[in-house]
Design a protein around this ligand. Sequence first.
Ligand code: 2AM
Length: 495
Amino acid sequence: MEASPALSRIGLAGLAVMGQNLALNIAEKGFPISVYNRTTSKVDETVDRAHNEGNLPLFGQYNPRDFVLSIQRPRSVIILVKAGLPVDQTIAALSDHLEPGDAIIDGGNEWYENTERRIAQASERGILYLGMGVSGGEDGARHGPSLMPGGSFQAYSNVEDILKKVAAQVDDGPCVTYIGEGGSGNFVKMVHNGIEYGDMQLISEAYDVLKHVGGLSNSELAAIFSEWNRGELESFLIEISADIFKVKDEHGDGELVDKILDKTGMKGTGKWTVQQAAELSIAAPTIAASLDCRYLSGLKEERESAAEVLKEAGMTDIVGSVRSGIDKKKLIEDVRQALYASKICSYAQGMNLLRAKSLEKGWNLNLGELARIWKGGCIIRAVFLDRIKKAYQRNPNLASLLVDPEFAREMVQRQAAWRRVVGLAISAGISTPGMCASLAYFDTYRRARLPANLVQAQRDLFGAHTYERVDRQGSYHTEWTKLARNADAGVGIFN
Ligand code: 2AM
């Protein structure tokens, strides 16, 4: 370790995986950093890594007081501990030593309202506060994450130079921007994660269809995903999927992917996204379908017994009969197009959720800029995000990505392939809830007239909720039952 300078430029408390890597990244970019963790062995571990990874200017501290006092004023302290109570406890431990003008930056996946509460509490003591979404996992934190800081603009300005160097760098700048006031940084990160659920679900459905309907092997899947990663689907998640299909099982035959228990874990941000969509009356069916699929995947034993029961009830293998006569090459191209079109719908949902929240809270979110900072560093990074950025640059008030002229054209060009894939999957009994949800979203959104007229009539019949008419102003109520009976009497069917 280098000799400790007079004072560090910044501090970071909470040295689990993300904290350690982000601290090392900051040090590597030339900003002297103090680090602290409740369990001090992690401080030593981080100091050792800083030494081994190039004598980085990182300085271990072993109690909150020394930690805070080792940072230059106005101080900026990043905390990366578990969301919820641990954040409050860490703030409490540090607060005694912080002074007005200092800033706390919570880099965890925090619920945005907790950040808003802490902003208010901190401001009573003159402390500035940022809730900063950090995406990119371990590797992103170490070599360039996507950063979503929201809250005090002054706190952001104090560390802007650091964040811009530490973030992933793409062709149009560092993957960080001041998101907005309050808990906007956490909220944007939450929706990012919801979109990530959708992407992963859609990719898994593409895999399922190719494997079961197309009969593709893992090595074929690896080749197809690598090829896809050279086109419009180019993204981190497609790239890592290609790699996953290649890995052999070291404990047996074949590839590891086939040995993995089909039960998905989750930490809650996807659920929050769907809850918020419901609160704001925003349709997010693709993201909701991906969440539902995680729940259903969790019922492994129940699914196994359901398979048994249904087999006994006469359920036979539908896939087998559909598979014969499949044109593999055409199926692969169709699935690629279906995946792309489904993805556009999923991002349209996420972006509309962000806009609705921005309006409710007055955050003034810049959707194009959010797409830009997701181009690098984070899990959903993709070439496609540049197109989203440009769509919002063309028209910041775009009602939906689906009506951006470029995306609209792409959807129309892909819809035939998309319908073929979904139709085939349904016929084969391979569930594609994400692709189906996206397609239904598209078909519902693009239709100028929906069967909601009948729903309104039913509501008016049983609850006198009234309805509007397409051809004249005002609210109407009709005595449906009475008129229907009269009509019956008139027509005389039942007489
Ligand atoms: P620990 O190593 O002392 O457990 C992820 O769990 C990170 O959050 C770890 O660095 C962990 O510290 C920290 N953490 C969890 N709960 C905490 C708390 N109540 N106070 C301080 N740090 C906490």
